[in-house]
Write a protein that binds this ligand. Structure first.
Ligand code: GUN
Length: 280
């Protein structure tokens, strides 16, 4: 069994980006917006800013109060859409309940939507011809590539149908020629479906969602879940200790998929910069 080291792979991707930026004197700029004080979002935003500094990017943080109105937030995005020093705009989700996430996402100029959350980008991912990669699913694909895990013709089961992870994950696996089953909370016989899987990607957001009896010997198990257990420690969806005895490859939490999401965000921001500056 191999434990997939997301920290190592993401480090390599960020090193490649940092080298390209330094060598060419590029100045990509990322604006990160956070509304309210959700502790998990704060950690993610800090990590994204740190990654920007590491890669040699310019980053700007906009920390807005919980009671910011939707029109104030959209006015900020519209200003950043016009700002030539900003190539990517990221609004950390979730947003407070009084703000319509969809309206906010759609306010970001598609050329700066480095999260690839807007409808146009999601549609392009479905077709398979896209500029910005959906960060977490593309991070998973990078891990599979790095470990030479062949996806073509394999049975891949994705658990969770969110717009951010489950749906685009299914599309990327499909584009890589896997036979994909997309499961969710209403799926009947989840255990049987998972037991036929060569690759399981869990994006449920619930501790214990994938137990050892759902995994066949030799399966590849990718855990996208980031949950806090009763002791406040980070834990994935997968019953890691038991499942690692059966899996051929498994991602830990933390240190698996998480760092990859940020590495792909950096790739997307560099891409946005090059597109905006018309660099090949
Ligand atoms: N919330 C959870 N994951 C993400 C992400 O990848 N991007 C943004 N903007 N918000 C998130």
């Amino acid at each position: 069994m191999t434990i997939i080291n997301g920290k190592e792979v993401s480090q390599k991707l960020k090193d490649d980006i940092a080298a390209e930026v330094k060598e060419n004197g590029y100045t990509p700029g990322l604006a990160v917006i956070i509304v309210g004080d959700d502790p998990a979002s704060r950690v993610y935003v800090n990590n994204k800013k740190k990654a920007c500094a590491y890669c040699g990017f310019h980053s700007e943080e906009y920390a807005l109060a919980e009671n910011t109105t939707q029109s104030e937030l959209i006015a900020l995005i519209e200003r950043l859409n016009q700002d030539e020093n900003i190539d990517g705009i990221l609004c950390q989700l979730p947003l407070p309940r009084h703000i319509d996430e969809k309206a906010v996402i759609e306010a970001i100029a598609p050329a700066k939507d480095v999260d690839a959350f807007c409808e146009a980008d999601v549609g392009k991912v479905m077709i398979g011809n896209y500029t910005f990669s959906p960060c977490t699913p593309a991070g998973v694909m990078e891990l599979l590539k790095y470990y030479h895990i062949d996806v073509s013709g394999k049975n891949a089961v994705v658990i969770g149908r969110s717009n951010i992870v489950g749906k685009p994950m299914a599309m990327l696996l499909l584009h890589a020629d896997a036979t994909v089953t997309l499961c969710h909370s209403k799926t009947a016989d989840l255990k049987d479906i998972c037991r036929r899987a060569d690759i399981i990607v869990s994006a449920v957001g619930r501790i214990g969602a994938v137990s050892a009896d759902m995994v066949r010997d030799g399966a590849v198990v990718i855990d996208v879940g980031i949950n806090r257990n009763s002791e406040g420690k980070l834990q994935g969806d997968v019953d890691y200790e038991a499942v690692k005895e059966k899996a051929s490859y498994i991602t830990p939490v933390p240190g698996g998929v998480g760092p990859m999401t940020i590495a792909v965000l950096m790739q997307n921001t560099l891409k946005a910069y090059k597109n905006n500056k018309k660099i090949d």
